[in-house]
Design a protein around this ligand. Structure first.
Ligand code: AHR
Length: 556
């Protein structure tokens, strides 16, 4: 499918060795695990894959629907608890998950945004038509359709400071000149008192530079970001990045990359970039990659609107189809990595998966009128865990990833409206997986019975267990997804080259695959942690059906 065209149309219109435990129950065991185990996971301590960049656990906030207004920003005078206008509960939750980096202000919005609109005295900022205006429904509040610019660069930097996350700004390449990119860098990074823009920043309360390191050069430049060919975009990329002001901290520039499998974009971009010599590669820190799982039609259509499924109403076949669509990201990462290696043999340039997640059809908004808001279920938790495991398994390739999006949109970690707030199952997965940040990724070998299901009277299958492992000091983290909607797995976990002295197991699951949290019932789905009372080189665990699991093990 030519997704570029389709999406453009859319955008236009609209337990254990010496003892046996379990993530759920204790099991009978032998010296080599359990007699009844049907699955096995080997963690190979002497096969490190590389350090897991904390930024793989990054986020994305766009001026879209209820992400900024009502989600992130409630305003200083709001009755909702806030820290200088920013929703306090959100800040607290993001600190808990060690949010490392946040991408802003889009998305497609970025290429229609003039950063100058969002700085200076708040009451003097202009009101503009939001990029997403056409897609917003009648129920959308005015500040979704017409951007008030109450939240801009300074407020975003405040949000980053409060949460402890690094900013990752996406510059407008489609509708602003390169000079404005230069000036935005100057506004953010020039030393206190050095330039007029530094003084303007100081007047807004921030004399010291923001020292923004990560800059995206456009967004989806094959589509909403300018409809470029990869060659045309490469020319623009060179022009926008040939000279930028540097004030000490390194600028890490992210080139707008392909959608999903489109390696022709990757190759076209690098070929054109290199026409001006190998030195050009130095200007690129990373190549962005977007992959959404949206087509649940089981091959019936490639239509962007028709192909989508419901977020809340689904059968087991839809559960597996979504996971299949998401699992594609592993081949996609490997495919682009190979293509990049044809031009950048040393693999200096990394992949930045700065938009990922499931995308459903409208209809499950927690707050009517919030464009692209969907209520994440257990299915999305399993999807997200599986995706983070993929990134963990490729630490040398993926330097950053940003879940789309943080709050009130798509695969959100949080839902909020006025004084209501809840952590979604996706948010709980990020909390469970935070322990992997900065760890040494280890090779793992999973063997488990495949999942078999009926796909329109044709047999289909999916892997039985998958996950990832990482080590920090003597603490080992093993995360495992059991995608089977009805079968638990009895699993032997072997730590090759090590001895487990203690540990715990955290599991997120439910007997209802549709389980989700709402404002009224915010704790339907929450992870449960149990101590693992065992020691040795192996342990036996029960991994419940439809579950995300984390085993934390102290090694002797
Ligand atoms: O995340 C929603 C949109 O999806 C982003 O604005 C765009 O980059 C992508 O098409």
């Amino acid at each position: 499918m030519n997704r570029g065209i389709r999406r453009r149309e859319f955008l236009r219109h609209g337990a254990l060795a010496a003892g046996a435990v379990a993530c759920g129950a204790y099991l009978p065991h032998t010296a080599a695990g359990t007699a009844s185990a049907d699955s096995r996971i080997d963690v190979l301590l002497d096969e490190p894959l590389g350090a897991i960049s904390p930024n793989i656990y990054g986020h994305f906030t766009e001026h879209l629907g209820g992400v900024i207004y009502d989600g992130l920003w409630v305003g200083e005078n709001s009755p909702v608890a806030n820290l200088q206008g920013i929703r306090k509960r959100l800040v607290e939750e993001m600190r808990k998950i060690k949010a490392p980096v946040v991408r802003y202000p889009g998305g497609c919005f970025a290429d229609s945004y003039d950063w100058r609109d969002g700085v200076g005295p708040a009451d003097k900022r202009p009101r503009r038509t939001n990029f997403w205006n056409d897609a917003d429904t009648k129920a959308a509040p005015e500040n979704h359709k017409y951007e008030p610019n109450r939240f801009g660069t300074n407020e975003f930097m405040r949000f980053c400071r409060l949460t402890g996350a690094q900013p990752y700004l996406a510059a407008n390449l489609r509708s602003l000149p390169a000079e404005e990119f230069y000036h935005w860098v100057e506004y953010c990074n020039s030393p206190a008192g050095s330039t007029s823009l530094a003084e303007m920043r100081a007047a807004a309360g921030s004399p010291e530079p923001f020292n923004v390191r990560f800059w995206g050069v456009g967004n989806e430049s094959w589509g909403c970001g300018g409809n470029f060919t990869p060659q045309e975009y490469a020319v623009e990329f060179r022009r926008f990045t040939t000279w930028l002001p540097h004030y000490g901290p390194e600028l890490s520039l992210v080139a707008s990359g392909p959608y999903s499998e489109e390696t022709s974009w990757t190759r076209g971009f690098f070929e054109e970039l290199l026409r001006k010599g190998a030195d050009q590669l130095r200007s690129v820190y990373g190549l962005s990659l977007h992959h959404y799982a949206w087509n649940l039609s089981r091959g019936r259509t490639t239509d962007w609107d028709q192909g989508k499924g419901s977020a809340l109403e689904f059968d087991p076949v839809d559960w597996y189809e979504l996971l299949r669509e998401g699992q594609r990201v592993e081949d996609i990462v490997e495919g682009h990595w190979r293509a990049m290696g044809e031009y950048d043999e040393q693999h200096r340039i990394k992949l930045i998966v700065d938009e990922w997640g499931p995308w459903y059809r409208p209809g499950s908004e927690a707050t009517p009128g919030n464009l692209l808001e969907q209520i994440p279920t257990l299915r999305d938790a399993v999807f997200s865990a599986m995706t983070l495991d993929v990134f963990n398994r490729h630490p040398e390739k993926v330097a950053m990833a940003n879940c789309a999006q943080l709050i009130n949109c798509l695969n959100c970690l949080y839902l909020a409206h006025e004084d209501k707030f809840c952590v979604t199952p996706v948010g709980h997965v990020f909390a469970m997986y935070a322990a992997h940040q900065g760890g040494q990724s280890l090779r793992t070998v999973f063997s488990a019975p495949q999942v078999h299901y009926d796909r329109d009277a044709k047999p289909a299958s999916f892997w039985g267990l998958q996950g990832s492992a990482s080590l920090v000091g003597k603490e080992l983290q093993l995360t495992v997804v059991n995608p089977h909607v009805g079968e638990a797995r009895e699993c032997t976990v072997a730590v090759r080259g090590g001895r487990i002295v203690s540990g715990s197991a955290t599991t997120l699951t439910s007997s209802d695959i549709h389980a989700h949290n709402t404002f009224a019932e915010p704790a339907v789905l929450e992870p449960q942690t149990k101590k693992l009372d065992m020691s040795g080189a192996e342990l036996a665990v029960v991994l419940p059906a439809a579950s995300v699991n984390k085993l934390t093990m102290a090694l002797g």
